[in-house]
Design a protein around this ligand. Sequence first.
Ligand code: IMP
Ligand code: MG
Length: 180
Amino acid sequence: MITKVNPNLIMYLSKNDINNRLNEIGKQLSEKFCNECPVIIGILNGSFVFMADLIRKIDFECEIDFMKVNSYVGKETSGKVQLEKDININIKDRRVIIVEDIIDSGLTMDYLHKHISAYNPKDITIVTLLSKKNNCTLNFNIDIVGFGITSEFVVGYGLDLDQRFRQLDSLYTLEPNILA
Ligand code: IMP
Ligand code: MG
């Protein structure tokens, strides 16, 4: 296992913690979207593991699409969001669920919300696995937050540091001052 060869990773949220919370989120979504068929949009790359697990916890029909955006270089945001892949499904008048891995400053989600709203969906539900405590300036609600966390950088369960560590089944922080 990679954590044995990399002592710079510190366990933050275990796969059991994550799985238990996903059961709750799946139930919440299943109540909200009972007998409906929303479009679930996963935000690549970071949300792919969360998305894959979450869609197997819901019991309503759905269509799946992905968007890809990028703003990070290493552990820092570049301050600018770039669209690398748009959705392909027509979401006009559809109910939409955005699935994101983590909201930090809120810059990315602000961009996504504006971009997706411009297609005139019926409504938008935002689900994020993690939210850092510094995005209170957003002028819309984050409907479901898996875990509110402090501001440290986390990896694993889809989240990366320069494309590494995405495959880990739990979430980890990094030893301070060590670039793993
Ligand atoms: P924001 O635009 O500042 O809210 O940053 C959101 C994006 O930055 C997320 O979609 C992630 O891709 C990335 N990100 C922010 N914090 C972390 C982290 O702690 N680990 C890995 N990626 C992160
Ligand atoms: Mg992301």
